[in-house]
Ligand binder design. Structure first.
Ligand code: SDX
Length: 368
């Protein structure tokens, strides 16, 4: 029986967009340390870097931000969809449906930065509108003087967000923007390799992102910490989960065999926001206990904290409900997805890996 590898170790493409160095715990975006960009740059600047390959100068950034604001408008038929979809529809399914409805002729092949910008600009609007509709609240229109991260928080609450929250969310969004050949990016590249359009590639990526082993993990991290409840119960809860073959959400990574650098950066940002919060104290305690016990139960697997553990902490500290965690991750990652779709579109080669047939061979003619 062929071992199911999940394409572990298989190189699917060469890319200039990012380097995920799993042994040393480094993340590089187009030649810059992602951790530094998260502290020094805006979401718009890093999106420009990932799409165009270099940081914008002042004039380029001003023009780019102007286009960004101009693209903050949702087509009427998509808004009608947000009002029409049943209340119990999961938000990631709403996102996938709304994005797939954006496929007017302006998103036809080949994909472009202009198309990527339009989708990136409206994704927070789709999430915020649907969130307000689900909670019976009036829709909040974009505030054009606010940047991408601040406007998202504003459209969720109707209140101008605190600078510390905008800074923390911007750091999270920048660190979540891009991560090489992860499952959702790979899904988007496969679709783009068939010369299908950007919208189809992004709806495939959103579908992959939804899974709890990928982008769905932060919500599960909150559920795990709520189930543990307090420091005294942490070790027993973790032991019992591992003994039953369960997984600790927010730990382990296919590439990082040391602490995920994004988790490190987000831990520091969250500590500045939540140092007095007993929940954050519990999170830090659970993290240490989990790493110790993962080494005990899974020796040699090198299972450490991944980005999702502190993504959950930071989004909780900002006051985002856990239903918005994976949609917020998607608001960030759509930049990386579209950068890879653009890169793939320039390669005229369809993805078509092999499979190993393990079924029976024919022994007799099919009797009519
Ligand atoms: C993201 O790829 C990316 O870049 C993803 C991402 C991105 O930015 O796009 O970084 C975002 O998806 C981060 C991961 C979020 N998911 C979680 O936190 C869910 C919990 N983590 C795991 O399910 C797991 O670690 C994965 C899915 C992240 C990685 O899985 P792998 O590399 O396929 O590892 P595996 O399933 O082959 O496990 C190897 C061993 C197994 O034990 P054995 O069968 O060999 O005895 O390690 C164990 C697993 O049981 N293991 C865990 C574990 N992760 C792996 N055991 C307990 N808890 C865990 N979290």
């Amino acid at each position: 029986m062929a071992k199911v590898t999940g394409l572990e170790g298989v190189v699917a493409a060469e890319t200039d967009i990012s380097l995920v160095d799993g042994e040393n715990g480094h993340l590089i975006y187009r030649g810059f340390w992602a951790k530094e960009l998260a502290i020094t740059s805006t979401f718009e600047e890093v999106a420009y870097l990932l799409w165009y390959g270099q940081l914008p100068n002042t004039a380029e950034l001003e023009a780019f931000k102007g286009q960004w604001v101009a693209d903050r408008c949702l087509p009427e038929h998509v808004l009608s969809l947000l009002k029409l979809l049943p209340r119990e529809t999961p938000l990631m399914s709403v996102l996938q449906t709304a994005v797939s409805a954006m496929s007017e002729s302006q998103y036809s092949w080949p994909p472009s930065v202009e198309q990527a910008l339009k989708i990136t600009a409206v994704l927070p609007i789709i999430v915020a509108y649907r969130y307000r509709l689900e909670n019976g609240l009036p829709l909040i229109e974009p505030l054009n003087q606010l940047d991408h991260a601040a406007n998202y928080l504003y459209m969720l609450t109707g209140v101008i967000p605190e600078a510390a929250h905008v800074k923390a969310l911007t750091a999270y969004l920048i660190l979540g923007m891009e991560h090489g050949m992860n499952a959702s990016t790979f899904a988007g590249r496969v679709v783009s390799s068939t010369q299908s359009d950007l919208i189809s590639a992004l709806t495939a990526a959103i579908g992959a992102m939804k899974g709890p082993l990928h982008g769905g993990a932060p919500t599960e991290v909150i559920a795990m910490l709520d189930a543990i409840g307090n420091k005294e119960q942490a070790e027993d809860w973790i032991r019992s989960t591992l003994e039953q073959g369960g997984r600790l959400m927010g730990f382990g990574h296919r590439v990082y065999k040391t602490v995920d650098p994004r988790a490190e950066a987000l831990r520091q940002v969250t500590a500045r926001l939540s140092s007095e919060d007993p929940w954050f104290e519990l999170a830090i305690h659970v993290e240490a206990a989990a790493i110790k016990l993962l080494d005990e139960y899974k020796p040699g697997r090198r299972l450490y904290t991944n980005v999702e553990f502190f993504a959950a902490a930071i989004m909780r500290a900002i006051g985002l409900p856990s239903a918005l965690f994976t949609p917020t991750f998607s608001i960030a990652r759509v930049v990386g997805w579209s950068a890879h779709v653009l890169e793939q579109a320039a390669i005229n080669r369809i993805f078509r890996p092999q499979s190993v047939y393990t079924g029976p061979m024919p022994t007799e003619q099919v009797s009519k």
